[in-house]
Design a protein around this ligand. Sequence first.
Ligand SMILES: *Cc1c(COP(=O)(O)O)cnc(C)c1O
Length: 364
Amino acid sequence: MADDIRPLPQPGILDIAAYVPGKAGAAGSHAVKLSANESPLGASPKAVAAFRAASEHLEIYPEGSSNLLRTALSDVHGVAAERIVCGNGSGDLLHLLAQCYLGEGDEAVMNRYGFSVYPIITKAAGASIVMVEETDYTADVDLLLAAVTPKTKIVWLANPNNPTGTYLSDAEVRRLHAGLRPDILLVIDSAYAEYVTAADYSVGLDLATQASNVVMVRTLSKMGLAAARVGWMVGPAAVIDAINRIRGPFNVNLPGQLAGAAAVRDTEFTARLKAHNAQWRDWITQELDSNHMHVVPSQGNFVMVLFPDAEHAQLAFDTLMERGLVVREIGNSYGIPHGLRISIGSEQAMRGVVGILKALVQIA
Ligand SMILES: *Cc1c(COP(=O)(O)O)cnc(C)c1O
Protein backbone atom coordinates (compact mmCIF):
# COMPACT_ATOMS: atom_id res chain seq x y z
CA MET A 1 0.00 0.00 0.00
CA ALA A 2 1.32 3.46 -0.83
CA ASP A 3 2.35 5.02 2.44
CA ASP A 4 2.09 8.54 1.04
CA ILE A 5 -1.69 8.29 1.18
CA ARG A 6 -2.79 9.93 4.38
CA PRO A 7 -5.43 12.27 5.78
CA LEU A 8 -4.90 15.74 4.35
CA PRO A 9 -6.04 19.06 5.83
CA GLN A 10 -8.27 21.28 3.69
CA PRO A 11 -6.48 23.21 0.90
CA GLY A 12 -4.56 26.19 2.26
CA ILE A 13 -4.30 24.99 5.86
CA LEU A 14 -0.64 24.00 5.51
CA ASP A 15 0.19 27.43 4.01
CA ILE A 16 -0.83 29.09 7.28
CA ALA A 17 2.00 30.13 9.58
CA ALA A 18 1.05 29.38 13.20
CA TYR A 19 0.57 32.29 15.62
CA VAL A 20 3.77 33.16 17.47
CA PRO A 21 3.11 34.04 21.12
CA GLY A 22 5.32 36.47 23.02
CA LYS A 23 8.40 34.78 24.47
CA ALA A 24 8.79 33.88 28.12
CA GLY A 25 12.15 33.92 29.90
CA ALA A 26 14.23 30.75 30.23
CA ALA A 27 12.67 28.22 32.60
CA GLY A 28 13.63 28.96 36.18
CA SER A 29 14.96 32.43 35.35
CA HIS A 30 13.62 35.53 37.02
CA ALA A 31 12.95 37.16 33.68
CA VAL A 32 10.15 39.71 33.55
CA LYS A 33 7.74 38.97 30.71
CA LEU A 34 6.78 42.13 28.82
CA SER A 35 5.90 40.25 25.64
CA ALA A 36 2.26 39.25 25.96
CA ASN A 37 0.42 42.32 27.34
CA GLU A 38 -0.43 40.58 30.61
CA SER A 39 -1.47 42.36 33.80
CA PRO A 40 1.44 43.57 35.94
CA LEU A 41 -0.86 43.64 38.99
CA GLY A 42 -1.96 40.02 38.82
CA ALA A 43 -5.66 39.19 38.80
CA SER A 44 -8.45 40.67 40.88
CA PRO A 45 -8.23 39.02 44.33
CA LYS A 46 -11.97 38.35 44.05
CA ALA A 47 -11.39 36.50 40.78
CA VAL A 48 -8.63 34.44 42.39
CA ALA A 49 -10.96 33.47 45.24
CA ALA A 50 -13.70 32.51 42.78
CA PHE A 51 -11.25 30.42 40.75
CA ARG A 52 -10.27 28.56 43.93
CA ALA A 53 -13.90 27.96 44.85
CA ALA A 54 -14.43 26.34 41.44
CA SER A 55 -12.00 23.59 42.45
CA GLU A 56 -14.77 22.16 44.66
CA HIS A 57 -16.87 21.33 41.59
CA LEU A 58 -14.47 20.00 38.99
CA GLU A 59 -16.43 16.80 38.33
CA ILE A 60 -19.52 18.69 37.11
CA TYR A 61 -19.97 20.09 33.57
CA PRO A 62 -20.21 23.87 33.69
CA GLU A 63 -23.48 25.56 32.80
CA GLY A 64 -23.17 25.73 29.00
CA SER A 65 -24.29 29.28 28.19
CA SER A 66 -22.01 30.97 30.75
CA ASN A 67 -25.17 32.48 32.23
CA LEU A 68 -23.51 33.67 35.42
CA LEU A 69 -20.77 35.42 33.50
CA ARG A 70 -23.18 36.92 30.97
CA THR A 71 -25.28 38.25 33.85
CA ALA A 72 -22.22 39.95 35.37
CA LEU A 73 -21.33 41.45 31.98
CA SER A 74 -24.92 42.56 31.49
CA ASP A 75 -25.01 44.25 34.91
CA VAL A 76 -21.68 46.02 34.50
CA HIS A 77 -21.86 47.00 30.81
CA GLY A 78 -25.62 47.58 30.52
CA VAL A 79 -26.22 45.21 27.62
CA ALA A 80 -28.88 42.48 27.48
CA ALA A 81 -27.47 39.08 28.48
CA GLU A 82 -29.19 37.49 25.42
CA ARG A 83 -26.98 39.59 23.17
CA ILE A 84 -23.76 38.20 24.72
CA VAL A 85 -21.85 35.02 23.88
CA CYS A 86 -18.82 33.99 25.91
CA GLY A 87 -15.81 32.10 24.63
CA ASN A 88 -12.66 30.27 25.61
CA GLY A 89 -10.75 33.54 25.26
CA SER A 90 -11.80 35.93 22.53
CA GLY A 91 -9.69 33.87 20.12
CA ASP A 92 -12.41 31.21 20.35
CA LEU A 93 -15.06 33.76 19.30
CA LEU A 94 -12.95 35.20 16.48
CA HIS A 95 -12.49 31.67 15.07
CA LEU A 96 -16.24 31.03 15.31
CA LEU A 97 -17.04 34.30 13.52
CA ALA A 98 -14.68 33.34 10.68
CA GLN A 99 -16.19 29.86 10.48
CA CYS A 100 -19.74 31.26 10.42
CA TYR A 101 -19.30 34.10 7.94
CA LEU A 102 -16.37 33.15 5.67
CA GLY A 103 -15.94 30.36 3.12
CA GLU A 104 -14.29 29.44 -0.14
CA GLY A 105 -14.07 32.45 -2.48
CA ASP A 106 -14.85 35.06 0.20
CA GLU A 107 -12.57 37.88 1.29
CA ALA A 108 -11.91 39.49 4.66
CA VAL A 109 -10.34 42.93 4.86
CA MET A 110 -7.90 44.09 7.53
CA ASN A 111 -5.28 46.79 8.01
CA ARG A 112 -1.67 45.85 7.29
CA TYR A 113 -0.42 45.87 10.89
CA GLY A 114 -3.62 44.50 12.38
CA PHE A 115 -3.76 41.56 14.82
CA SER A 116 -1.93 38.54 13.35
CA VAL A 117 -4.69 36.10 14.31
CA TYR A 118 -7.05 37.51 11.62
CA PRO A 119 -5.17 36.11 8.59
CA ILE A 120 -4.95 32.71 10.30
CA ILE A 121 -8.66 32.36 11.00
CA THR A 122 -9.62 33.83 7.62
CA LYS A 123 -7.49 31.31 5.72
CA ALA A 124 -8.57 28.48 8.02
CA ALA A 125 -12.13 29.17 6.86
CA GLY A 126 -11.05 28.87 3.22
CA ALA A 127 -11.29 32.61 2.49
CA SER A 128 -8.61 35.12 1.47
CA ILE A 129 -7.28 38.00 3.49
CA VAL A 130 -6.97 41.43 1.89
CA MET A 131 -4.26 43.53 3.57
CA VAL A 132 -4.76 47.27 3.42
CA GLU A 133 -2.03 49.90 3.85
CA GLU A 134 -2.14 52.16 6.90
CA THR A 135 -1.36 55.81 7.55
CA ASP A 136 1.13 56.42 10.39
CA TYR A 137 0.62 52.86 11.67
CA THR A 138 -3.09 53.58 12.00
CA ALA A 139 -5.99 51.91 10.16
CA ASP A 140 -7.13 54.16 7.31
CA VAL A 141 -10.90 54.14 6.81
CA ASP A 142 -10.76 55.37 3.20
CA LEU A 143 -8.25 52.69 2.22
CA LEU A 144 -10.22 49.98 4.05
CA LEU A 145 -13.41 50.98 2.24
CA ALA A 146 -11.59 51.12 -1.10
CA ALA A 147 -10.46 47.50 -0.57
CA VAL A 148 -14.02 46.17 -0.27
CA THR A 149 -15.13 44.04 -3.23
CA PRO A 150 -18.30 42.06 -3.96
CA LYS A 151 -16.53 39.12 -2.29
CA THR A 152 -15.94 40.91 1.03
CA LYS A 153 -17.77 39.30 3.97
CA ILE A 154 -15.88 40.53 7.05
CA VAL A 155 -13.83 43.57 8.05
CA TRP A 156 -11.53 42.82 11.02
CA LEU A 157 -10.65 45.86 13.12
CA ALA A 158 -8.72 45.72 16.40
CA ASN A 159 -9.42 49.00 18.20
CA PRO A 160 -7.02 49.90 19.73
CA ASN A 161 -4.79 47.83 17.50
CA ASN A 162 -2.17 45.29 18.56
CA PRO A 163 0.85 45.65 18.04
CA THR A 164 0.78 49.36 17.15
CA GLY A 165 -1.39 50.68 20.00
CA THR A 166 -3.11 53.13 17.63
CA TYR A 167 -6.88 53.57 17.53
CA LEU A 168 -9.75 54.93 15.48
CA SER A 169 -12.11 57.47 17.01
CA ASP A 170 -15.80 56.70 17.41
CA ALA A 171 -16.51 58.98 14.42
CA GLU A 172 -14.03 57.10 12.22
CA VAL A 173 -15.43 53.68 13.18
CA ARG A 174 -18.94 54.95 12.41
CA ARG A 175 -17.71 56.29 9.05
CA LEU A 176 -16.23 52.86 8.31
CA HIS A 177 -19.48 51.15 9.24
CA ALA A 178 -21.55 53.61 7.18
CA GLY A 179 -19.46 52.80 4.11
CA LEU A 180 -19.96 49.03 4.32
CA ARG A 181 -22.71 47.07 2.59
CA PRO A 182 -25.21 45.64 5.11
CA ASP A 183 -24.12 42.07 4.26
CA ILE A 184 -20.54 42.73 5.43
CA LEU A 185 -19.86 41.99 9.10
CA LEU A 186 -17.72 44.59 10.87
CA VAL A 187 -15.84 42.89 13.74
CA ILE A 188 -14.64 45.43 16.29
CA ASP A 189 -12.07 43.70 18.49
CA SER A 190 -11.83 45.88 21.59
CA ALA A 191 -9.33 43.69 23.44
CA TYR A 192 -7.69 46.73 25.06
CA ALA A 193 -10.86 48.77 25.70
CA GLU A 194 -10.28 48.96 29.45
CA TYR A 195 -6.95 50.75 28.93
CA VAL A 196 -8.10 53.47 26.56
CA THR A 197 -7.96 57.05 27.86
CA ALA A 198 -8.72 58.93 24.61
CA ALA A 199 -11.96 60.92 24.98
CA ASP A 200 -13.09 60.38 21.37
CA TYR A 201 -12.91 56.56 21.62
CA SER A 202 -15.87 54.22 21.81
CA VAL A 203 -15.70 50.48 22.56
CA GLY A 204 -18.25 49.78 19.83
CA LEU A 205 -21.09 48.71 22.11
CA ASP A 206 -23.59 51.15 20.54
CA LEU A 207 -22.97 49.85 17.04
CA ALA A 208 -22.94 46.23 18.21
CA THR A 209 -26.34 46.62 19.89
CA GLN A 210 -27.98 48.81 17.24
CA ALA A 211 -26.60 47.83 13.83
CA SER A 212 -27.43 44.52 12.15
CA ASN A 213 -23.86 43.90 10.90
CA VAL A 214 -21.49 44.84 13.75
CA VAL A 215 -20.08 42.75 16.59
CA MET A 216 -17.84 43.84 19.44
CA VAL A 217 -15.39 41.23 20.76
CA ARG A 218 -13.76 41.56 24.21
CA THR A 219 -11.39 39.62 26.44
CA LEU A 220 -10.41 39.39 30.09
CA SER A 221 -6.93 38.21 29.10
CA LYS A 222 -5.40 41.68 29.25
CA MET A 223 -7.10 42.40 32.59
CA GLY A 224 -5.41 39.70 34.68
CA LEU A 225 -7.13 36.51 33.50
CA ALA A 226 -5.07 35.38 30.49
CA ALA A 227 -4.65 31.89 31.97
CA ALA A 228 -8.38 31.46 32.61
CA ARG A 229 -9.28 32.01 28.90
CA VAL A 230 -12.38 34.18 29.04
CA GLY A 231 -13.69 36.22 26.13
CA TRP A 232 -17.08 37.69 25.27
CA MET A 233 -18.90 39.18 22.37
CA VAL A 234 -21.93 41.40 21.77
CA GLY A 235 -23.79 41.48 18.47
CA PRO A 236 -27.09 41.40 16.61
CA ALA A 237 -29.48 38.63 17.71
CA ALA A 238 -28.98 36.80 14.37
CA VAL A 239 -25.19 36.66 14.78
CA ILE A 240 -25.46 35.56 18.42
CA ASP A 241 -27.86 32.81 17.32
CA ALA A 242 -25.46 31.57 14.61
CA ILE A 243 -22.49 31.48 17.00
CA ASN A 244 -24.53 29.66 19.66
CA ARG A 245 -25.33 26.93 17.13
CA ILE A 246 -21.71 26.03 16.44
CA ARG A 247 -19.71 26.93 19.56
CA GLY A 248 -18.49 24.22 21.88
CA PRO A 249 -21.40 23.41 24.20
CA PHE A 250 -19.22 24.00 27.31
CA ASN A 251 -16.71 26.40 25.75
CA VAL A 252 -16.01 28.38 28.93
CA ASN A 253 -14.84 26.21 31.81
CA LEU A 254 -16.21 26.62 35.33
CA PRO A 255 -13.12 28.33 36.83
CA GLY A 256 -13.19 30.74 33.89
CA GLN A 257 -16.88 31.53 34.33
CA LEU A 258 -16.62 32.10 38.08
CA ALA A 259 -13.33 34.03 38.00
CA GLY A 260 -14.54 35.96 34.95
CA ALA A 261 -17.76 37.07 36.63
CA ALA A 262 -15.89 38.13 39.78
CA ALA A 263 -13.32 40.04 37.71
CA VAL A 264 -15.99 41.83 35.69
CA ARG A 265 -17.76 42.92 38.90
CA ASP A 266 -14.49 44.08 40.50
CA THR A 267 -14.56 47.47 38.79
CA GLU A 268 -12.25 48.88 41.46
CA PHE A 269 -9.49 46.50 40.37
CA THR A 270 -10.12 47.35 36.72
CA ALA A 271 -9.75 51.04 37.57
CA ARG A 272 -6.50 50.36 39.43
CA LEU A 273 -5.03 48.52 36.43
CA LYS A 274 -6.10 51.31 34.11
CA ALA A 275 -4.56 54.01 36.31
CA HIS A 276 -1.26 52.12 36.67
CA ASN A 277 -1.16 51.55 32.94
CA ALA A 278 -1.91 55.16 32.01
CA GLN A 279 0.77 56.45 34.38
CA TRP A 280 3.57 54.19 33.10
CA ARG A 281 2.48 54.24 29.47
CA ASP A 282 2.76 58.04 29.53
CA TRP A 283 6.07 57.85 31.34
CA ILE A 284 7.81 55.35 29.06
CA THR A 285 6.47 57.19 25.99
CA GLN A 286 7.97 60.48 27.19
CA GLU A 287 11.24 58.96 28.33
CA LEU A 288 11.97 56.96 25.18
CA ASP A 289 10.62 59.15 22.40
CA SER A 290 13.71 60.92 21.08
CA ASN A 291 15.89 61.30 18.00
CA HIS A 292 16.90 57.67 18.32
CA MET A 293 13.65 55.94 19.12
CA HIS A 294 10.09 56.76 18.24
CA VAL A 295 7.34 55.61 20.56
CA VAL A 296 4.06 55.37 18.68
CA PRO A 297 1.36 56.90 20.93
CA SER A 298 -0.55 53.94 22.39
CA GLN A 299 -4.01 53.44 23.86
CA GLY A 300 -3.24 49.85 24.90
CA ASN A 301 -1.26 48.29 27.74
CA PHE A 302 1.89 48.24 25.62
CA VAL A 303 3.90 50.57 23.43
CA MET A 304 5.49 50.01 20.04
CA VAL A 305 8.99 51.46 19.92
CA LEU A 306 10.52 52.10 16.49
CA PHE A 307 14.31 52.08 16.08
CA PRO A 308 16.34 53.48 13.16
CA ASP A 309 16.63 50.00 11.62
CA ALA A 310 16.19 46.27 12.24
CA GLU A 311 19.76 45.91 13.60
CA HIS A 312 19.12 48.48 16.33
CA ALA A 313 15.86 46.76 17.24
CA GLN A 314 17.64 43.41 17.44
CA LEU A 315 20.41 44.88 19.60
CA ALA A 316 17.80 46.40 21.91
CA PHE A 317 15.88 43.10 22.09
CA ASP A 318 19.03 41.09 22.86
CA THR A 319 20.29 43.56 25.46
CA LEU A 320 16.93 43.68 27.25
CA MET A 321 16.77 39.87 27.15
CA GLU A 322 20.26 39.56 28.68
CA ARG A 323 19.08 41.79 31.49
CA GLY A 324 16.01 39.67 32.13
CA LEU A 325 13.44 41.85 30.36
CA VAL A 326 11.60 39.91 27.65
CA VAL A 327 9.82 42.06 25.06
CA ARG A 328 8.03 41.19 21.81
CA GLU A 329 9.73 41.09 18.42
CA ILE A 330 7.39 42.18 15.64
CA GLY A 331 9.52 41.53 12.55
CA ASN A 332 8.41 38.12 11.36
CA SER A 333 4.82 38.09 12.54
CA TYR A 334 3.98 41.74 11.81
CA GLY A 335 6.51 42.93 9.24
CA ILE A 336 7.89 45.67 11.48
CA PRO A 337 11.51 44.50 11.87
CA HIS A 338 12.70 47.87 13.24
CA GLY A 339 10.11 47.80 16.02
CA LEU A 340 9.62 46.14 19.40
CA ARG A 341 6.41 45.88 21.39
CA ILE A 342 6.85 46.41 25.10
CA SER A 343 4.04 45.64 27.55
CA ILE A 344 3.47 48.13 30.36
CA GLY A 345 4.77 46.34 33.44
CA SER A 346 5.62 47.22 37.01
CA GLU A 347 7.36 50.51 37.86
CA GLN A 348 10.58 48.57 38.35
CA ALA A 349 10.30 46.87 34.95
CA MET A 350 9.55 50.17 33.20
CA ARG A 351 12.49 51.91 34.86
CA GLY A 352 14.66 48.96 33.86
CA VAL A 353 13.63 49.10 30.19
CA VAL A 354 14.10 52.86 29.98
CA GLY A 355 17.51 52.76 31.69
CA ILE A 356 18.81 50.03 29.38
CA LEU A 357 17.49 51.57 26.15
CA LYS A 358 18.77 55.05 27.00
CA ALA A 359 22.22 53.65 27.79
CA LEU A 360 22.21 51.73 24.49
CA VAL A 361 21.48 54.87 22.52
CA GLN A 362 24.46 56.64 24.09
CA ILE A 363 26.89 53.91 23.01
CA ALA A 364 25.28 53.18 19.63
C1 LIG B 1 -4.75 39.64 23.13
C2 LIG B 1 -5.71 39.92 22.05
C3 LIG B 1 -6.89 39.19 21.96
C4 LIG B 1 -7.29 38.26 23.07
O1 LIG B 1 -7.06 36.96 22.93
P1 LIG B 1 -7.65 35.95 24.00
O2 LIG B 1 -7.92 34.76 23.17
O3 LIG B 1 -8.88 36.53 24.59
O4 LIG B 1 -6.58 35.75 25.02
C5 LIG B 1 -7.79 39.50 20.96
N1 LIG B 1 -7.54 40.48 20.09
C6 LIG B 1 -6.43 41.22 20.16
C7 LIG B 1 -6.23 42.34 19.22
C8 LIG B 1 -5.47 40.95 21.14
O5 LIG B 1 -4.36 41.67 21.21
